[in-house]
Design a protein around this ligand. Structure first.
Ligand SMILES: Nc1ncnc2c1ncn2[C@@H]1O[C@H](COP(=O)(O)OP(=O)(O)OP(=O)(O)O)[C@@H](O)[C@H]1O
Length: 343
């Protein structure tokens, strides 16, 4: 069943369209990433999803209720069904951790006894049971974000919207916060939409990805499908290029696009699923009798799917037969160029 159903959403600022006919559904328990270049309309869409921006046209149906048609009072109530997690945590500095988490419950009219019990439960859920009487300034960035998550979950929302929730955190805290969100997703079956510019976060965390470009939804599907599509808009492709294995400077600066004599071919190959655990490298060197040198890359998981993304050099130009063989075994295969044998 869809928790969220967005249909035909349009929005403009000063007559300039920022969201253009956006439609998508999100199922209960899904973790969906929302990416796109700067200015693509991600924040505007997020604001429209929680009723902070009223779209010019279209509907945002959250659990059967179209929030675009609600009057302010009903909208305030409907918003309790949406948790928001922000990049800079937005905690009240003069309130303790417990008081920050209690705030949405107070607004929702809970009794003080119920608030106390709920806050304790929430802080235990996010692993901050010991820190309830501390002030935000006494916490690390990762701990502050845990408070932000506990506060967002206070009213047991059906949908959690995370706006760059890990962008202000170091890699270790990012992993801890993503693990916590995954855990909550599993335990509570909570639906999560996550805006981020960090492709690594999308890769590890999102089961599906929505891509906005200049206000249009240009992809709604698996991140791996996006990586292997050849017709991505340039700004989207630039985002995806961050996931490519980095090339050493010496190789990069010697790279030409013409296959000159005695040059090595530089090839990128993306192996997915079962293929990621095969003896791919030795298979091709034996089959085609060539020397293959691994330059960069490695193994990782894309939404739980094993992948190996690597760049290597070959001491022969690619024949038609080799190209066909490599294309068959890889999800993506591209010749990046050619370098002299001793670059
Ligand atoms: N309140 C506003 N008034 C006028 N224009 C706005 C307003 N909010 C956003 N815009 C414009 O709408 C477009 C989309 O902005 P939005 O913030 O939604 O993009 P974004 O994808 O979230 O970008 P970023 O990744 O940089 O945060 C931009 O051109 C922006 O300048």
């Amino acid at each position: 069943m869809s928790v969220l159903s967005v249909a035909g959403l349009w929005h403009s600022f000063a007559k300039s369209p920022v969201l253009k006919d956006i439609s998508f559904e999100v199922e209960k328990g899904e973790i969906v990433g929302l990416i796109g270049p700067s200015g693509a309309g991600k924040s505007t869409l997020l604001r429209a999803l929680c009723g902070l921006e009223k779209p010019d046209q279209g509907s945002v149906v959250l659990q059967g209720q179209d929030i675009t048609t609600l009057a302010e009072r009903d909208l305030r109530k409907a918003r309790q069904n949406i948790g928001l997690v922000f990049q800079h945590f937005n905690l009240l500095q003069t309130k303790t951790v417990a008081q920050n988490v209690a705030l949405p419950l107070k607004i929702a009219g809970w009794s003080s006894n119920d608030i106390k019990a709920r806050v304790k439960e929430l802080l235990e859920l996010v692993g901050l049971g010991e820190h309830s009487e501390k002030y935000p300034a006494q916490l690390s960035g990762g701990q502050k974000q845990r408070v932000g998550i506990a506060r967002a979950l206070a009213n047991a929302p059906s949908l959690l919207l995370c706006d760059e929730a890990t962008s202000a955190l170091d890699p270790q805290s990012t992993t801890a916060v993503l693990d916590l969100l995954s855990d909550i997703n599993r335990k509570l079956g909570l639906t999560i939409i996550l805006i981020t510019h960090e492709m690594d976060v999308i890769r590890r965390f999102a089961q599906r990805v929505l891509v906005l470009d200049q206000g249009e939804l240009v992809h709604n599907g698996a991140i791996l499908d996006l990586l292997t599509r050849s017709n991505n808009p340039p700004a989207v492709q630039a985002l995806l290029n961050e996931t490519r294995p980095a090339l050493p400077h010496t190789l990069q600066s010697n790279l030409t696009n013409k296959p000159l004599e005695k040059h090595l071919s530089v090839v990128r190959a993306l192996l997915v699923g079962d293929e990621a655990s095969t003896a791919f490298i030795s298979d091709i060197s034996i089959r085609f009798d060539l020397r293959l040198v691994l330059i960069s890359g490695g193994a990782s998981l894309y939404a739980g799917v094993p992948t190996v993304d690597m760049v290597f050099t070959l001491d022969k130009p690619l024949s038609e037969e080799m190209t066909a063989y490599l294309s068959d075994r890889t999800q993506l295969m591209e010749v990046l160029g050619y370098v002299p044998a001793h670059y």
